[in-house]
Design a protein around this ligand. Structure first.
Ligand SMILES: Cc1cc2nc3c(=O)[nH]c(=O)nc-3n(C[C@H](O)[C@H](O)[C@H](O)COP(=O)(O)OP(=O)(O)OC[C@H]3O[C@@H](n4cnc5c(N)ncnc54)[C@H](O)[C@@H]3O)c2cc1C
Length: 452
């Protein structure tokens, strides 16, 4: 098959490298190379180097995107792994079905959703994507195709859910859609004046809803550190809609706009961001009566601008996402936000979310507690040492960093954060003893070295 050299990066545009790719047009060609190493890539929406491989082949799965029929009795949809959630939603939402779990963008492949065991705003109730996967097909290092599920070849299944593409090429995914009456959500916002209140509200059962998340103002000072806008919502029923929408309960997808250039790095200076945060806190925090929002605005607000990652300038950015166990989360998050303020760093977008119990994926990220996400531009040489200091705080509080967002974690920190690595390595050695499946992330974290 023809290979091409192209510049690749994750969504954070850091790191960027010229790598060699192949792009099979049919499932029969989705096979590992006879010699050398490979990693599968979906839509490249992981932020760092998980879907990159400097001295091997990156298999682009975007053409392996056929969507089969939905089983309307069970809500299980089967599709090739290169299909995106956007394609699934465009086809099935007008028929009253929505994926059980979606991340903050719909431009992700099903393979990427399984491999990162992605989580959504409903993790505290419904767990991660992997918990809603009925079955997958995977191509292994010896070229054989294996079907696996929680019932069949379950070791391989749970090593692949959250396994960052390192067990093989996922070619097909059968997963759960849920019935919905409309494409709208019934949403309500609240304001929290500081981190303490943000935590209290997020853990309050009386406040809880199907989907919850908090936007945090990282630039707020002193007593207001961690203030935020808390958002909750659930799928609106037809009767919840105003008369003007009731006749057309499924809205059409909106058009996307693109940025034509990289923003200069000073655009996101802290004066502008502080003003934006103040406005957002006041305007969004004021919407304390239930209102109807369309699904795109609620789940995928950033998708409105196609390549919004360019606002961070040419050098890109790192999205740092960690989770801390519930018991230590408040102290840990405070320490993280204080470290950020002390270093004079600002995150344009900061999100706090409560997670439910840990799933069964051996390398899956979420566990019961709270997760914080920070977007930090790569604009000076001190960013990486600063992030190492955040890792220390995360480790001291018993937490871990999300691999799908990672571009720089060190191997010892990774090993300390992922205690089920040894179990995962046993499965990896059984199905891929020569480490055919490898990635820049796996090299950096010494996952493949450890497996050989
Ligand atoms: C704006 C935005 C918001 C996001 N919000 C969230 C969120 O709320 N929750 C969350 O969990 N994540 C979130 N993410 C991260 C994203 O959901 C994950 O990184 C997801 O894995 C990306 O899917 P992809 O198809 O782009 O995969 P890629 O980035 O291409 O690959 C990601 C990993 O999946 C593996 N992979 C991809 N396809 C296959 C395959 N066919 N077989 C085997 N392995 C494969 C790759 O090897 C790689 O390790 C967000 C990303 C963006 C850009």
């Amino acid at each position: 098959m023809e290979t091409k050299s192209i510049e690749l990066s994750g969504w954070g545009r850091y790191p960027r490298r010229v790598e060699t790719v192949i792009c099979p047009e049919q499932i029969a060609d989705a096979v590992p190379p006879p010699v050398g190493r490979m990693i599968a890539r979906g839509q490249g929406r992981s932020y760092g180097d998980a879907a990159m491989l400097a001295d091997g082949l990156v298999m682009l799965t975007e053409q392996l995107a056929e969507v089969s029929e939905l089983n309307e009795a069970t809500g299980i949809l089967t599709a090739q792994a290169g299909a995106t959630l956007a394609e699934v939603i465009d086809t099935f939402l007008p028929r009253g079905w929505f994926p059980a779990v979606v991340p903050g963008t719909r431009f992700v492949s099903l393979g990427g959703c399984v491999a990162a065991d992605i989580h959504g705003k409903n993790h505290h109730r419904d767990s991660g994507f992997g918990a809603h996967v009925d079955e997958i097909e995977i191509v292994l290092a010896d070229g054989s195709r294996r079907r696996c599920s929680p019932r069949q070849n379950s070791d391989l299944f749970w090593a692949t859910v959250g396994g960052m593409g390192l067990t093989g090429i996922i070619t097909e995914v059968s997963f759960q859609l849920i019935p919905v009456e409309t494409s709208y959500l019934m949403v309500q916002h609240d304001q929290a004046k500081d981190l303490d209140q943000s935590f209290k509200v997020l853990s309050d059962k009386a406040w809880d809803d199907h989907y919850t998340v908090a936007w945090i103002d990282c630039l707020a000072k002193k007593g207001n550190v961690g203030r935020g806008v808390l958002m909750r919502g659930h799928h609106a029923r037809r009767n919840d809609l105003p008369d003007s929408l009731r006749g057309q309960p499924f809205a059409k997808a909106r058009r996307q706009r693109n940025l034509g250039f990289d923003f200069p790095s000073w655009t996101l200076n802290s004066v502008g961001m502080r003003a934006f945060n103040e406005l957002y806190y006041r305007l969004q925090g004021r919407r304390q009566r239930p209102f109807i929002a369309d699904y795109e605005g609620f789940f995928f607000p950033l998708d409105r601008i196609g390549n919004w990652n360019r606002i961070y300038g040419k050098r890109g950015f790192i999205q740092y996402q960690c989770v801390l166990p519930a018991a230590n989360a408040f102290d840990g998050m405070r320490a993280l936000l204080e470290a950020q303020a002390a270093a004079g760093r600002s995150s344009f977008l900061s999100v706090l979310k409560r997670f439910g119990p840990q799933g069964q994926g051996l390398l899956s990220f979420p566990f019961e507690g709270y997760t914080l996400t920070l977007d930090l531009p790569v604009d000076d040489d001190q960013l990486l040492p600063f992030l190492d200091r955040l890792d220390d705080i995360v480790l001291q509080h018993g937490g871990r960093v999300y691999l799908a967002k990672d571009a720089r974690l060190a191997a010892p920190a990774f090993r300390a954060m992922y205690p089920r690595l040894a179990e995962w390595l046993r499965v990896k050695s059984a199905v891929d003893p020569e480490n055919c499946f490898d990635s820049d992330l796996a090299r950096r974290l010494e996952i493949v070295t450890a497996a050989s």
